[in-house]
Ligand binder design. Structure first.
Ligand code: GLV
Ligand code: MN
Ligand code: MN
Ligand code: MN
Length: 416
């Protein structure tokens, strides 16, 4: 395989990543969309959180759930010190109709990496911690990486508490239902001070590793990205009695904007712009929409270019809306600048895992948020379909085991 430490004993011990993944394969299946829908603090994600607590207990890890809802499972170094931790982990929530691996693979492989290290008789001299972050996708409350943003102070508690899901439930209410307290969330310098480094393993979400012919890689950077909500306002009316001329159809204003989004993105090399969610109000087949809310996702390596693209889209959306007798407004929901992971750590990780190639990614991760606070790196495991945020996302068993051993090697390198 080229992975120097991938001894057969390691690969044997790493098989628990497969049984862990199998044990959750029925949780949160989405029969309507296919794949999985596991919104944070919904029944499926809560079931996965319980699954994690049980898997951690079976491994004698000491779990604490912090005030931001992040779970931390500690494997103490001798002396039970709780600082300078080598932290790994990922998330258990998903996008609507997402794949099985985005998030859970990072959690399952972290637990299985501990199995590999124990099988080797490894004794950590720094604590190893498996972390699970809530609302990485932002699928329920709109802001991606909400748990890590709260932890680092990248979002204020006030803003977070006021976020609403599609049913109008606020994050504050969801938190209270889970026994959390709104007045206690927010930046946690004590917790951050205990993290020495953070390593996140994730299924790759594009074709980088397929093209390189490598099962495992190391992330070099994350594209800057953000989310904006556009709202087209028109005049709701009857589909049969309202002549085509003179309509103020918010859906037409939105549809023309969606097409413009693609045109504007194409003017900027490397840019990605997407409208993947659209909500007509009131939403009836025989009703001209009075308002359409739709969400824009824009990504580019240069943050200034992202800003220009969004400004152009806003201007063009307003112009198109006016042509339709409508108005348009745009509200920023979240923005994250381009992140370059710690170069030294990335190189070390590449070497420690037998020379894994380095590659950039267009997908966001909690690691991208933590990178501003602690040395952070990511391992990617090949996805043979190259497709993600879709039921077609995939990871081969052999690659999942190689990724787990690579993670174990990285943890051993830093915690040994
Ligand atoms: C998270 O997966 C994102 O990149 O949106
Ligand atoms: Mn994702
Ligand atoms: Mn993810
Ligand atoms: Mn009628």
């Amino acid at each position: 395989t080229g992975y120097s430490n991938s001894a057969s004993a390691d690969l044997g011990a790493a098989r628990t990543v497969l049984s862990l993944m199998r044990s959750i394969e029925d949780i949160g299946r989405d029969r309507a969309r296919g794949g999985y829908s596991r919104p944070v603090y919904g029944s499926a994600e809560l079931e996965l959180r319980s699954w994690f607590l049980e898997a951690a207990a079976q491994r004698d890890l000491d779990v604490e759930t912090d005030r931001n809802g992040i779970m931390w499972a500690w494997w103490y170094a001798p002396g039970k010190q709780r600082r300078d931790a080598v932290v790994t982990g990922s998330h258990l929530d998903s996008v609507p109709g997402g794949g099985a691996y985005d998030g859970p693979l990072g959690v399952a492989s972290s637990l299985a990496a501990i199995d590999v290290l124990r099988d080797r008789g490894f004794v950590p001299s720094r604590p190893i911690v498996v972390a699970v972050f809530p609302e990485e996708e932002g699928s329920r409350f709109g802001v991606a990486c909400l748990g890590s943003r709260l932890l680092t102070g990248a979002i204020s508690p006030e803003r977070a508490l006021a976020l609403r899901d599609g049913e109008g439930v606020t994050f504050a209410q969801a938190l209270t239902t889970q026994g959390g307290r709104g007045d206690r969330i927010g930046a946690d310098r004590d917790m951050l001070a205990r993290i020495g480094i953070f390593l996140e393993l994730h299924v790759e979400q594009g074709r980088g590793l397929i093209d390189l012919g490598a099962p495992v890689g190391v992330a070099s950077s994350i594209l800057g990205h953000g989310r904006w909500r556009l709202s087209a306002h028109g005049q709701g009316n009857h589909a049969g009695t309202t002549l085509m001329a003179g309509r103020q159809d918010a859906m037409v204003a939105a549809a023309r904007t969606v097409v413009a989004v693609r045109e504007i993105a194409l003017e900027h090399s490397g840019a990605r712009a997407t409208v993947g969610r659209l909500q007509p109000i009131p939403g009836g087949t025989n009703v001209i929409a009075s308002r359409v809310d739709f969400w824009l996702d824009v990504r580019h390596a240069e943050d200034a270019v992202t800003a220009v693209i969004v400004e152009k889209i806003h201007a063009e959306a307003r112009r198109l809306a006016a042509e339709e007798g409508c108005t348009m407004d745009l509200v920023e929901e979240s923005v994250s600048g381009t992140v370059h992971f710690d170069a030294t750590l990335g190189l070390e990780l590449s070497v420690a895992t037998g020379g894994s190639p380095m590659l950039p990614t267009g997908a966001g991760h909690d690691a991208g948020v933590l990178a501003s606070e602690v040395p952070t790196a990511m391992l990617f495991v090949r996805n043979p379909t190259g497709i993600s945020h879709s039921p077609e996302e995939l990871c081969e068993d052999d690659d999942a085991r190689l990724g787990t051993v690579a993670l174990a090697d990285a943890l051993a390198h830093h915690a040994g």
